[in-house]
Design a protein around this ligand. Structure first.
Ligand code: BDR
Ligand code: CA
Length: 303
């Protein structure tokens, strides 16, 4: 299986992505690192530990950055609830995060792995930027970075910016210009990754995981499942195991950090107008039926 590290801010769609990360047979999740984003990093860490306890999964967790590199945190509690994973009563447990911060835990995992590891980031890119700043030599131990973030078109947080990039544009820009191989699953594909109300309604019958996710989904975006739900973060995991579902284009991507109204916008140079070499493989289209089928398969494999 493919060994990888997941950086996340759970987060209701993050919870679904973590389920797939644990139960897709093609994958081996080595480490979870948490970051401030959807809610504070204390909450995202608590949520990650609760999920691992729910699944009795033995994956270490390291807590990461509490704030973006230069800006105050703006959260998305309006989407995921005050706790970040509103809607399900998780049982108490004694699990604790590692004693070291996320970027050091990632470095240690990269440096001790027998071959370069894949990183997947489904929250703001603060931890990854800290890693690349403090330990630039780690680049050579990263196979690639797959992100859920950005957009070649419109935004979902500001008119032009997607949430994960908008929260920490400086971190995102540092990551995009770092020279590591990047696969960007942005809103261009994740807005297509819609689970239908018909499928969502079957979840409680599938298994305990289905029940739990259904309860969380009932609180996602204040609970309207009627028009389906977008599984943004699941797309990054889907790409790892079903890359053929995605249409990618190599593009130069840069992040606007200065704009009065546009900070956090990913400028994706699809037509090559800026004459810069490509620094990311940008996902522009998704096989929606194939995606839905894969999601149903992998959730059915969970307990
Ligand atoms: C991203 O923003 C967060 O609220 C989601 O978890 C996802 O990572 C979508 O823009
Ligand atoms: Ca997320």
């Amino acid at each position: 299986p493919l060994s990888f590290i997941l950086d996340t801010d759970p987060g209701i769609d993050d919870a679904a992505a973590i389920a797939a990360a644990l139960f897709a047979p093609e994958l081996k999740l080595q480490l979870i690192t948490t970051v401030a984003g959807n809610v504070s990093v204390e909450k995202t860490t608590r949520n990650a530990l609760q999920l691992l306890h729910f699944w009795q999964a033995d994956v270490p967790v390291a807590q990461g950055a509490a704030t973006p590199l230069l800006r105050p945190l703006r959260d998305a509690a309006y989407v995921h609830g005050e706790s970040g994973m509103e809607g399900y009563d998780f049982v108490d447990h004694q699990r604790q995060p590692l004693a070291k911060p996320a970027f050091i835990a990632i470095r240690d995992a990269l440096m001790s792995a027998p071959e370069p590891l894949t990183l997947v980031a489904i929250g703001p890119l603060t931890n990854i930027a800290l890693l690349l700043t403090h330990y630039p030599e780690c680049k050579f131990n990263i196979r690639r970075l797959v992100i859920m973030g950005g957009s070649a078109g419109r935004g979902n947080f500001t008119p032009n910016a997607e949430f994960n990039i908008a929260i920490d544009p400086e971190a995102a820009e540092r990551v995009f210009q770092s020279g590591i191989e990047i696969v960007m699953c942005g809103l261009d594909v994740t807005n297509q990754a819609l689970l239908t109300p018909e499928y969502l309604a079957t979840l409680p019958e599938v298994n305990q995981t289905g029940k739990m996710l259904y309860s969380l989904f009932s609180h996602y975006r204040s609970g309207s499942m009627g028009s389906g739900l977008r599984m943004h973060d699941l797309c990054a995991i889907a790409w790892l195991v079903r890359p053929a579902l995605f249409t990618l284009k190599p593009c130069f991507v840069t992040v606007e950090t200065q704009g009065t109204w546009t900070a956090g916008t990913t400028v994706v140079d699809i037509e090559g107008r800026l004459g810069q070499p490509a620094n990311a493989q940008v996902a522009l289209d998704l096989d929606v039926d194939g995606f839905r089928q894969w999601v149903a398969e992998v959730i059915a494999l969970a307990p």
